[in-house]
Design a protein around this ligand. Structure first.
Ligand code: B12
Length: 212
């Protein structure tokens, strides 16, 4: 399976079709979906992020890498489902207002769905009132907030405060995540949990709902 070794580079270079072809080939060869995500796709995004940091890559490169990553996740997403049909619980997830990053948030959503949760994915740039409306409409047990910018992470507190003001905070647990977020920050803003990755998000959600 020498081609799989090229997957990370295909993501870094934003080669959508090449990346998708490698993923399909790997799946046919029986490679595990999680292995593809964790060992190649995420590693590719980390690499392009580092190059961006060092001034060796620019926003268009990030966009192309993101498009390739998304294309691969679309192939993998249906295969992450456990097929049992029973829902472990309902979650609402979104990237907070002002923030357009959605790769990590979508990965968390896919993993949660794959592990048996019903996931309402609100998308990006979601305001506190949109989260409130979604909680009223879908009655989830958990709300997941994602932020990738230091300038938008403080908006997570605004969402939590608005949930409190609207009398909804007792009804839902709030999980937070995203590259600049930390356990300490989560505690500081009154969230119920934090994880640095999608696997951790699933563990947290299961623990909160007593499904572990
Ligand atoms: C791809 C990317 C983009 C793409 C986004 C495409 C998309 N559809 O998402 C584009 C090009 C659009 C972009 C734009 C910008 N970006 Co950008 N971007 C990145 C980059 C390279 C990768 C992010 C990513 O997808 N990582 C891969 C995923 C898998 O990881 P993740 O998002 O961290 O998610 C994981 C965990 O955090 C966690 N998680 C995430 N959410 C949640 C939620 C919950 C509840 C839980 C439990 C866990 C969890 O689980 C995920 C999976 O394991 C990062 C660099 C980096 N190293 O993070 C910069 C980065 C985030 N961007 C940055 C910046 C500055 C910008 C721009 C302002 C650039 C500009 N000048 O225009 C704009 C902002 C646009 C906006 N308003 O949002 C900075 C932020 C710096 C800061 N301190 O705030 C970074 C860190 C780059 C840098 N070093 O400067 N970006």
């Amino acid at each position: 399976m020498s081609d799989l070794m090229n997957l990370k580079e295909a993501i870094v270079n934003g080669k959508l079709e090449e990346a998708k072809a490698i993923v399909n080939e790997a799946l046919e060869a029986g490679v595990n979906e999680q292995e593809i995500i964790n060992n190649y796709l995420i590693k590719g995004m980390e690499e392009i992020g580092e190059r961006f940091d060092q001034g060796k890559a620019f926003v268009p490169n990030l966009l192309l890498a993101a498009r390739a990553m998304k294309g691969c996740l679309e192939i993998l997403k249906p295969r992450l489902k456990d097929g049992s049909g029973a829902s472990l619980g309902t979650l609402v997830i979104g990237t907070v207002k002002g923030d357009l990053h959605d790769i990590g948030k979508n990965l968390v959503a896919s993993m949660l769905e794959g592990c048996g949760f019903e996931v309402i994915n609100l998308g990006v740039d979601i305001s506190d009132s949109q989260f409130v409306d979604a909680v009223r409409k879908y009655n989830p047990q958990i709300v997941c907030l994602s932020a990738l910018l230091t300038t938008t992470m403080s908006y997570m507190k605004k969402v939590i405060d608005t949930l409190t003001n609207e009398g909804l905070r007792q009804k839902v647990k709030v999980l937070v995540g995203g590259a600049p977020v930390s356990e300490e920050f989560a505690i500081q803003i009154g969230a119920d949990g934090y994880s640095s990755n999608a696997n951790g998000a699933v563990i947290l959600a299961k623990r909160i709902l007593g499904k572990c």
